[in-house]
Design a protein around this ligand. Structure first.
Ligand code: HEM
Length: 331
């Protein structure tokens, strides 16, 4: 049910977006909604990050899985158990850029009906890396639409990405990896009964949304061969706050379908699980150095607490306790 609702929602949103190609609708779908989505996306993310940043973290609670730094003759593992800010940054960088903890994913299997064996399960890591890195490269490549003149690094990335020189216009490696990574992440959720059981609409919707954006982008480039000059005029207009009615009218329904799904993604981002991209930096178990032995940490709110010890409690309730047959220490 969650799968169908999410699929129908993304399909419906795409169709809604194609209305942008109707006469006079370009202003709404090509100007008003993109700015609104950027506003909600940035504002929502600031609110989300502030709400996390305001949560008190009185204790050092780093997750570690290596030898802590202690005596000089005991070899420590600074990346698994960072002891200062620099090594914590190193561990965080490996986590953010290479999803290092996901690479440790294992699965348990019973072999010969009696032996429990743990084996490495790298496919989730491979799928996640393919999707996230391709997404980043696609975003950078899209700057050729938004910037005029196009920065040299974007042109270079574009050339490198199309090095296979298959098709006209060339098919980018990252377009294929992006779609393949997403297809794997979706198939994995659908194929496993345990994963299906714990998956909600909030897990399927982003996958379908990204697939919708990727497929409509592929369609724009390789089938419909959209009027890229008008699209560029619309996109450059958006980044420079100048709008051209003719370009908005010529951009085409499919382009508006693609753009509208991107707007939905932007507005949905801060309120969904996708905000993990900002959350990882604020995760105390990840961003803290384990200096529990070398530095004395004092709870900043260590104010005197009014206590109520047992003998005072018994003095207060002795008669009632006796009446209820509860044993007391002093008669
Ligand atoms: C989340 C953001 C976005 C994603 C993931 C995305 C994804 C894609 C993908 C996978 C393609 C296929 C070709 C390629 O890989 O370059 C594509 C093409 C395209 N996208 Fe996007 N897109 C995004 C945002 C946008 C925005 C904001 C615009 C408009 C300003 C846009 C306009 C286009 C156009 C015009 C094409 C066809 C390009 C061509 O013919 O070379 N996209 N998009």
């Amino acid at each position: 049910m969650n799968v169908l609702i999410s699929l129908a929602a993304v399909g419906g949103l795409f169709l809604l977006g194609t209305l942008g190609g109707a006469p006079g609708m370009g202003w709404i779908f090509g100007v008003v909604l993109p700015y609104l989505a950027v506003g909600i996306g940035i504002g929502g993310l600031i609110w989300r990050v502030m709400s996390w940043a305001n949560v008190p973290v009185p204790f050092r609670i780093p997750t570690t899985c290596g030898q802590q730094k202690s005596l000089p003759w005991i070899k420590s593992n600074p990346l698994e158990n960072p002891h200062n800010g620099l090594t914590a940054v190193g561990r965080m960088a490996l986590e953010v850029l290479f999803f290092r903890s996901l690479l440790r994913n294992t699965k348990a299997e019973v072999i010969d009906q009696r032996r429990l064996v743990y084996t490495s399960a790298p496919w989730l890591w491979i799928g996640a890396m393919a999707f996230h890195w391709s997404f980043l490269i696609i975003l950078v490549r899209h700057l050729r639409l938004l910037a005029n003149p196009v920065p040299w690094c974007v042109t270079f990335l574009q050339r490198a990405d199309g090095f296979l020189e298959i098709g006209l216009p060339v098919i980018y490696v990252t377009t294929v990896l992006f779609l393949a990574g997403l297809a794997y992440l979706l198939a994995r959720r659908l194929a496993s009964p345990q994963l299906r059981y714990i998956s909600l609409a909030g897990d399927y919707f982003p996958l379908f949304l990204f697939l919708g954006i990727g497929i409509s982008g592929f369609w724009l480039r390789h089938w419909t061969k959209t009027d890229i000059v008008s699209v560029k005029q619309v996109a450059v207009g958006l980044s420079g706050f100048s709008f051209d009615s003719d370009a908005l009218a010529a951009a085409g329904s499919l382009f508006y379908g693609h753009l509208f799904l991107v707007c939905v993604l932007l507005a949905y981002f801060p309120f969904s699980k996708l905000s993990h991209f900002a959350g990882v930096f604020l995760s105390p178990t990840r961003n803290m150095a384990n200096s529990n032995r070398s530095v004395r940490h004092v709870n900043p709110w260590d104010y005197p607490v009014k206590v109520h010890p047992y003998d005072e409690y018994e003095d207060e309730f002795r008669e009632k306790m006796k009446g209820a047959g509860v044993p007391v220490e002093k008669e």
